[in-house]
Design a protein. Structure first.
Length: 156
């Protein structure tokens, strides 16, 4: 019998900066480890502002500097996601609070901060959208690389 895939959903406010970066980074790391058949990976937004759009161009640009591609289309988290995914990662305490408020009673997903896995102990992944400096997106990318690597290693 085939084993069930592990599943992870990355969440941020609009699903255009932090969560699509984390999704693309984790997907890339899983692929490099040869574990694509063992994981289901996605990202989504708390809000509806950008649904149907693409990730922020600054997020796409900084991912490309690491050879990471994304064709992500923004979507909002659904009630079904709370039972479909093993872990739902928020990027900050506000995300976690919103996720808890939105959770249906039958939720089985663990809600965690991605920053809990940061070996540099930077718990919060700050939203780079405002002030919107490219360097802020690079900081998010570097945090996501560290956190996703540590999380993946913890799952091996």
């Amino acid at each position: 019998m085939a084993s069930k895939k592990k599943s992870v959903l990355f969440i941020c406010l609009g699903n255009i900066c932090r969560s699509p970066i984390a999704e693309a980074v984790f997907r890339h790391q899983v692929k490099e480890a040869g574990l694509e058949d063992k994981w289901y990976i996605d990202s989504a937004a708390i809000g509806t502002w950008h649904v149907g759009g693409r990730a922020d161009s600054r997020a796409i640009k900084c991912l490309k500097t690491k050879g990471i591609e994304t064709d992500h289309i923004v979507r909002q988290i659904t009630k079904e996601d709370y039972t479909k995914f093993d872990i739902i990662f928020g990027m900050d305490d506000e995300n976690i609070g919103d996720l808890k408020e939105m959770a249906p009673k039958n939720s089985t997903a663990q809600l965690k901060l991605l920053g809990e896995y940061d070996p540099e102990h930077i718990r919060i992944i700050e939203d780079p959208y405002y002030p919107g400096n490219y360097e802020d997106f690079v900081t998010v990318l570097e945090q996501c690389i560290r956190c996703c690597k540590a999380f993946l290693n913890s799952e091996l």
